[in-house]
Design a protein around this ligand. Structure first.
Ligand code: GLA
Length: 700
């Protein structure tokens, strides 16, 4: 709900369930950020657009908190916009022009440069129920000469002025994604970013900010993200005036865009949100937002998937995949995915990427016999592809060496023996769409795992349209979105999973196109607890794929019992990655039972409210709870890494139950009130290393 109050100059209040966000126009015609935080009574509670402290030396304009900080005048903070006009002028003075309200929850504020024909539209959409504002920017060249864009962020978020700020974010590496970092901010900039062409394992485009006092359950938390899968940047700048702004959007590093007369440049969305009840509530709002507004097929349960990558690696063939499929179906798997190795001369990671035709030695009659077999077993069929990549040892590379990012005459650095295709080129987009469209038209495929196993280097675009070489970063990402878009229009029943050597491309931009993400190539069930905890900070559980794989784990040789492995993976959307041919009858039967149990409770896990009760970062004991929307069912996982000194797992005090209702624990005669489960807690008996319990509570 957006309220417009027009006294002397207009004020816009974005009113949400538990928070408000307000913008005004100052005497100089600049759009000033007025307020973001807990709900106000009305606009009389707001400061005026000109209420700013006057500082020595820089006058009050130096303290400007503009909604988009254009680089011009006395603005020395991180700019949201930096451009160069054709005559060399590099100064931008944006003045309020008008506003539009296309819908009840949408607002567009139109700004124009004081002298030049550049129109800037700040576009807001309010997700009131989850206290989230979506923001993006559109720049329109109304003149007759080119304008060069050098920095165009999606949003500048201003926090209330407080003596202390603390930032939490997700860093990582291959096999160790989404690790939670929390650190106090000091004057200066804290930048998290990717310059790698895609989101990256190293940093995730997401942040939490608080005033140094909040925790999982209590305190104010501001959060945000960039819905974008290319090189991105989030910069928190704390000024020496104690203010804090966070810019979020496309990375300006090596970025340049030629905006020709009549053209519009549209940024990706950045979201900003507010929680008055700690990190936990901030995550739950993000989860609900994604399930309601971003994730495709959010109302459908994710099927239990089987994938043989860890079991067979590149060595796939028709008979072996059929045998695995038979066993997977008996376990209760619902989707069978064939991973890498089925195409071209792909026998290792040395060759074949780019040649997306079935290898006829491995599959003499094409894919159809395997697909028919999988379907006759009652499962859907999915397949692995890595469309953006090419091995030098491939027919595609041999016929189109110019399709690879490179600087002519210089080395093309390989990573995992592969190069990145120049998806900024429209002919490459056409080629990739054509290949995938044909594959999906000729075969009954329901699911594609879209992988991306290396980052950009030598980002050269030989023969690029004049003056547009550095647009490749953005054009590549837009190219990927457009291929996904076209494929989904042509094949509406095919679901996509995003993977990038594990969780290297997890973001809200990609989430619009994919039903789930491959969380990490690290499938060790203990390492996974931290990776999954970090994931859950920003992203919903339904989209978090977790496989049960063999013991010892290939990553670290750690052996955990089957029960612990299942419990760790049942905390997300469940998959199986074990070599089913090597399992004993007993292990197969136990696995079947876990899968059956998972199916009974998966709606609560995939769609419920998540409570991180005991963090794996704090001790060897981890506990996570899920509560169904109507509070009738709750699922609790408790996992112990190692037991020491016979110390018991402390009573787990549950959250989110109906205090006045009675709940019973499945498989026992325990029956107590929700209030008692939340205040007294439940005691689990975990007495050895790698032990775990799954407790299901139901309202009686
Ligand atoms: C990446 C993925 C794995 C697997 C391999 C195949 O590493 O993350 O799950 O698909 O590629 O080469």
């Amino acid at each position: 709900m957006i309220k417009v109050a027009d006294s002397k100059s207009p004020v816009w209040m974005l009113r949400m369930q538990h928070s408000d966000y307000a913008i005004g126009v100052d005497a100089a015609g600049k759009l000033q950020h007025l307020y973001w935080g807990a709900k106000l009574v009305d606009e009389q509670d707001l400061p005026g657009a000109d209420d700013r402290p006057i500082w020595i030396l820089e006058d009050d304009q130096g303290y400007s908190r503009q909604e988009i900080m254009p680089w011009g005048g006395l603005n020395y903070d991180e700019p949201g916009l930096k451009v160069t006009f054709a005559d060399g002028i590099r100064d931008l003075v944006l003045v309020y022009h008008s506003y539009e309200q296309p819908a009840e929850d949408e607002l567009v504020l139109v700004l124009k440069d004081a002298l030049k024909p550049l129109t800037v539209r700040l576009v807001y959409k309010v997700r009131a129920a989850v206290d989230i504002v979506e923001r993006h920017v559109e720049l329109h060249n109304e003149g007759t000469e080119d304008i060069r864009l050098e920095q165009v962020l999606s949003a500048i978020w201003h926090l209330p002025i407080q003596p202390q700020y603390r930032m939490s974010y997700l860093s990582g590496l291959w096999a160790g994604e989404t690790q939670i970092q929390t650190e106090p901010l000091k004057p200066g900039k804290k930048v998290i970013e990717s310059r790698r062409g895609t989101g990256s394992h190293q940093m995730n485009p997401f942040f939490f900010l608080d005033f140094g006092l909040s925790d999982e359950e209590f305190g104010e938390v501001y959060f945000g993200a960039v819905a974008y899968s290319g090189s991105w940047k989030i910069v928190a700048e704390q000024t020496t005036y104690q203010s804090l702004l966070i810019g979020a959007g496309i990375n300006d590093f090596d970025f340049s865009w030629k905006l020709e007369p009549g053209e519009t440049f549209t940024t990706p969305i950045s979201i900003g949100g507010y929680s008055g009840s700690g990190y936990g509530e901030a995550s739950r709002k993000l989860h609900r937002y994604q399930l309601q507004s971003v994730l495709p097929c959010a109302d459908q349960l994710r099927p239990v998937l089987y994938n043989s990558w860890e079991a067979t690696k590149f060595d796939v063939n028709e008979q072996q995949q059929m045998r695995l499929a038979e066993k997977a179906a008996k376990l209760g798997c619902e989707l069978f995915v064939m991973d890498d190795g089925w195409f071209g001369e792909r026998h290792s990671d040395q060759a074949g990427l780019g040649d997306w035709t079935v290898n006829r030695t491995k599959f003499p009659n094409g894919l159809q016999p395997l697909i028919q077999h999988v379907k006759s077993l009652g499962m859907q069929f999915g397949i692995w592809l890595e469309p953006e990549m090419v091995n030098p040892d491939s027919d595609l590379f041999r016929s189109h060496p110019e399709w690879i990012y490179h600087f002519p005459g210089r080395d093309r650095t390989l990573s995992r023996n592969q190069c990145v295709l120049n998806v900024a080129r429209e002919d490459v987009q056409e080629h990739l769409f054509g290949v995938m469209h044909a594959l999906l038209s000729e075969n009954d495929i329901s699911f594609i795992k879209w992988d991306m196993n290396r980052y950009f280097t030598e980002p050269g675009w030989p023969n690029a349209p004049a003056g547009r070489e550095q647009e490749l970063w953005v054009r590549h990402t837009r190219g990927i979105y457009s291929i996904l878009d076209r494929l989904q229009q042509q094949h509406p029943n095919v679901a996509f999973e995003a993977c990038s050597g594990g969780g290297g491309r997890v973001d809200l931009g990609m989430m619009k196109y994919v039903v789930q993400f491959w969380t990490s190539d690290n499938t060790d069930p203990y390492d996974r607890l931290r990776i999954q905890e970090g994931y859950s900070l920003a992203y919903n559980i339904k989209s978090m794929m977790c496989w049960v794989t063999d013991a010892p784990n290939y990553i670290n040789q750690r052996s955990a019992p089957l029960k612990y492995r299942f419990h760790s993976s049942m905390m997300g959307s469940l998959g199986i990655g074990m070599n089913l041919n090597e399992l004993s009858e007993e292990e197969l039967e136990q696995s079947r039972q876990y899968i059956e149990q998972y199916k009974r409770i998966r709606r609560t896990i995939q769609e419920g409210s998540l409570y991180r009760i005991a963090s794996p970062r704090a001790s060897d004991d981890t506990a996570v709870q899920y509560v169904s929307g109507d509070q009738s069912e709750s699922v609790v996982f408790a996992l112990r890494r190692s037991e020491q000194f016979r110390m018991p797992f402390y009573p787990i005090r549950l959250r989110g139950l109906d205090p006045d209702a009675a709940y019973s624990i499945e498989g026992s005669d325990v029956r107590r009130s929700g209030r008692s489960f939340m205040s007294r807690g439940i005691q689990v008996q975990l007495e050895a290393d790698f032990t775990s319990e799954l407790i299901v509570l139901r309202k009686v």
